[in-house]
Design a protein around this ligand. Sequence first.
Ligand SMILES: [Zn+2]
Ligand SMILES: [Zn+2]
Length: 299
Amino acid sequence: MWTELFDLHSHSTNSDGQHSVDDVAQMMAESNVRFWSLTDHDTISGWESAKTAAQSNGIVFIPGVELTCMPGLEPDEKVMEEHQRERASDSWHLLAYFPEIEFQSKSHQRFKKWLAPLGEGRVPRMMTMVEKLGELGMKIDLQAVLSRAGDSVGRPHLADEMVKQGYVETRQEAFDKWIGDGKPVHISRTKPSIVEACEAVHAAGGITSLAHPLYYCVDTDKLVRFCLDSGVDAIECFHRSHRDSYRFQLLSAVKASSLSTTCGSDFHGMMYNQSPGRMAVPTNTLPSQLKNVLNALDA
Ligand SMILES: [Zn+2]
Ligand SMILES: [Zn+2]
């Protein structure tokens, strides 16, 4: 049995998404999503409003976050060629879900405390990138960049401001020339290892899923081995960027192990030609905490 009721990966204006939490909730409901997770980058500041918005749209909110971590494995040239990717991303993203967490409980507070410096690391880093751009003759107002972001400022906000100031034509050009990984103005920031992130999530009663593995360009079997060894619970086999062939390759590898799978549209906004929901996943491969959420609704 496959289900399209889950969308476990989406962003709001609290990180680099285009739409408010309320709007994302509404769009999810309109796309027939019943179980929705908001997974903003390195912040959980949208949880309260997402819970309320989900309720008013008649859907179930699953508290989530997308954690920026250090890469787990080196990229493999052969895999890069196979998927025609020029480079692998310099961070690995780990999705974390807390279907059973009680808001303001000890676990919630502890996790929030662990997360805080990871999110805050974003502002000093942005300041340094703005300074570097200034040295290169591109004057950018830091406040203008920060005001584009809700709680979690990131490079897309900077790119948009560069477009507005006319230094580049598109967001993509800003990344390709200046602020992308390894480009002249890029500053990397403190990131936990995948193992550290898993420990923090598990300590708060949550579960983890490795986001969009296509971007890391590693062999599927090695990836599964790595996840098992690091305490990762699931792999996001069903990500919008994955072609069917890759989805099934991952699914077979996961099924041969004790890992689970998750699905996510990674919805950032309509202006990127993206749409929420309509992500199919085999029900029995979902992590048990998420299956419980589904069963609770049936009961
Ligand atoms: Zn990501
Ligand atoms: Zn994402």
